[in-house]
Ligand binder design. Structure first.
Ligand SMILES: [Zn+2]
Length: 421
């Protein structure tokens, strides 16, 4: 058998030589992308995988089955034209196995006018950056994973452990894609989620639960405004006070992996709906927010903390005491995930990162919700997040730095060679 060092250098050189096809594949994925309908992009992924893996599994997650699972929170979801695609590269047995997971779904691009180039689906390349919705989050992860696998297949190095490549849907909301893969029994000794971590190794991430608060006031004509109660005013009081709750959470829940972030578990208001087009004192205000929390707090405890906090605020206000704000929980709830920084999966990836780049990686938590908890908590699989660097994810002018996709593919390929042999 060839020396592993020799093979490592071979895959690194192979990936380096694929730069233009990496850009081409990413651009095709950006151009074929459509929020909530991933069949076109998954067809591209499936075609790529056919040249790499003998076994390919394609299915649409089953909402009836998902709803029976304790980690699935959306009330309803439609997975028609939203298939998962999985490719399996079988090893000879006895070696450690690995899941590579990346999400093919993208969030809505917002208004075209806010985008620098012709539209959100341009895939334009400028100064080493590729622009477009999903270019970074997380089509870059899909591409990096595919090229890592491709290089291993091409050098023909026999691995002992299996590699399972998952291109999943619905990461951006309920996580039904990854959860459905766990329920289909795709389980391994380790997993790498190829989220754009900015080349950091993230063995942990926070949880996030979306909520809605409904405030009732008393609507009146402006000429009698003093007799009314503005629901907007009351809501503003609560929104401001929620910043204090955010502060309490940062002080109470901070652990070593989150030490670098001023706010790692935000209480962010992302939507407000109130009033009418007619001037009046408004009787209704509804706002939506995201509540961050980290292990070991459970989502039930996190919910309770917010409910009690709002209840306490209401008790201090004569109107709200008799017209209590109504808190409800939305279908977006990503639980926190944590794998020990000393776990062999973290250590192996760190060493391979250093071998490929000549630098030590940053190892710390990702202060964002991800699919990792489905794998760790419900699949029993040690999991890390590692991926490319870019900017403006979820907003206009999203881009990825192309060099970093190449780096990710190399680090992943070398990690797989070591982990699975
Ligand atoms: Zn993502």
């Amino acid at each position: 058998m060839r020396e592993i060092k020799e093979v490592e250098n071979l895959v690194i050189r192979k990936i380096e030589g694929e730069r233009s096809s990496v850009v081409d594949l990413l651009r095709r994925l950006v151009r074929a992308s459509k929020p909530q309908e991933e069949v076109q992009t998954q067809n591209i992924v499936k075609k790529e995988l056919k040249n790499i893996c003998k076994e390919i599994d394609v299915w649409e997650p089953d909402i009836v089955e998902l709803k029976k699972h304790p980690a699935f929170f959306p009330e309803d979801m439609n997975y028609a034209k939203r298939p998962n695609v999985v490719g399996i590269m079988s090893g000879s047995g006895e070696g450690k196995s690995m899941i590579l997971n990346a999400h093919i779904d993208v969030v809505d691009p917002g208004l075209d006018a806010y985008w620098k180039y012709e539209d959100p689906w341009s895939g334009r390349v400028e100064k080493g950056k590729l622009y477009g919705r999903g270019a970074c989050d997380d089509l870059s992860g899909v591409v990096a994973g595919l090229y890592a696998l491709k290089s291993i297949k091409e050098v023909g190095f026999p691995l002992k452990g299996n590699i399972i490549f998952e291109s999943v849907v619905d990461e951006e909301w309920g996580g039904g894609g990854t959860l459905s893969a766990v329920m289909r029994n795709y389980k391994t000794d380790g997993a790498i989620i190829l989220e754009p971590s900015g080349l950091e190794i993230n063995p942990a991430n926070r949880g996030g639960q979306a909520f809605m608060i409904e405030i009732s006031g008393k609507g009146v004509h402006p000429r009698m405004s003093y007799q009314g109660v503005s629901a907007i005013d009351k809501a503003m009081g609560i929104i401001t006070a929620l910043k204090n709750l955010q502060q309490i959470i940062q002080e109470d829940q901070r652990t070593a992996v989150f030490k670098d972030f001023p706010v790692f578990a935000p209480v962010t208001i992302y939507g407000v709906q109130a009033g009418t087009d007619i001037p009046k004192v408004p009787e209704k205000c509804i706002f939506k927010g995201l509540l961050g929390y980290v292990s070991p707090q459970s989502y039930k405890e996190a919910r309770q903390q917010l409910e009690e906090y709002v209840e306490k605020l209401a008790s201090l206000d004569p109107w709200l005491r008799n017209h209590p704000p109504k808190v409800s929980w939305l279908g977006l709830n990503k639980e926190p995930s944590e794998t020990s920084v000393d776990h062999p999966l973290v250590k192996t990836t760190e060493e391979c990162f250093e071998y490929v780049t000549g630098e030590k990686p940053q190892v710390r938590a990702l202060p964002a919700g991800t699919d990792a908890s489905f794998l760790t908590k419900y699949g029993g699989i040690p999991t890390i997040l590692f991926g490319a660097k870019g900017a403006n994810c979820h907003t206009s002018n999203e881009y990825v730095e192309i060099d970093t996709i190449i780096t990710v593919a190399k680090v992943i390929a070398v990690t797989l060679l070591n982990w699975c042999s």
